[in-house]
Design a protein around this ligand. Sequence first.
Ligand code: ZN
Length: 380
Amino acid sequence: MGTKTIKQYTLPATSLGNARSLTVIQYGDQTAKHKAYIQAGLHADEAPGFVVMHHLINLFDQADSENKINGHIMLVPVANPIGVSQWRDEALKGRFDFFNNINFNRRHLDITAQIAEQVKDRLGGTPESNVALIRKTAGEVLGSMAPQDEAAYLKYLLLLLAFDADIMLDLHCDYQAVMHVYLGTPLWPDAADLSAQLGAEVTLLAEDSGVTPYDEACSRIWWQLAQKFPDRPIPPACLAATVEMRGMADVCHAQAQQDAQNIFWFLQRRGFIKGAAPEVPPLRNEATPLRGVEHLKAPAPGVVVFLKAPGDRIEKDEVIAEIVNPLAAGPENRITPVKSAIKGILFSINTDRHARPGRILAKIAGKVPIKEKGEDLLSP
Ligand SMILES: [Zn+2]
């Protein structure tokens, strides 16, 4: 007998007779202490994660049929039922709520203050007891909430599903990019096996990106509470990561199958699947601070011609792209070079080749912080 279950959660309807649902697939013992949660498509226009989910389900179905699931595994293959319905102008949008223009992966719930208020006199002397108390309290805090708005409810529901997970992977992609991973600083280097197994070229660390994406809503609670209660042992108990599975058009079975296999091996190594995973491959590049990322912006309108590709090593003051303006007088004025301000790894470029002043054209991961704490460290 397999352990797989499929459950639907209904979102509050925005339109009469049009309630949407979220599908959750689970494997293993749903009361187990150890839980891994994986979702795809919170940005519903980011296709690669859905295909990785397809291959992951195959792998978990197989493992389940062999009775190899250890602990509790929860998959949300399509995490944004609102976003996947946002067809407009022959394109699936899926990144911003149409009603208020809020990014589906920003402004997730921050329940640290409510948890702190309730646990301040009850924290104990062991990490295990504190993890259990904080998870129980987080469940109670979330249980007392009931957002009415559909998108707010979706964010709430996703946190309700994952807040007690030991591992949470949120599968995304960038525009045109190499594999990269966003993690909380306190999770490094413990999570280095994730980046290494995925073959990530870049791992970006932040304690607080300033805009509360979903992974931070799951993980940041732990180090914020640890900072509030320095004399109590509170470990970073949720390894939450946003995994950027290359670019929008990087959708193929061979790659998705390998990505799914890498996630499977990572979870196997972490004890969620019986049996031994192969040795962790070497980490491609040491993690760098999210505050060290340069968001290279267009200085002028025109058409962008990139001279560098994602994965390239960039020197300071190197020309990454040229903006072409065919109306400018003289050939030398028709080209505006766009130079990097830092040395680092170019990990993402925009797919749209139209520039307007201030638009982000490319992202470069540098080793030295160039942004202040508290700034919005993510692109819109
Ligand atoms: Zn995304």
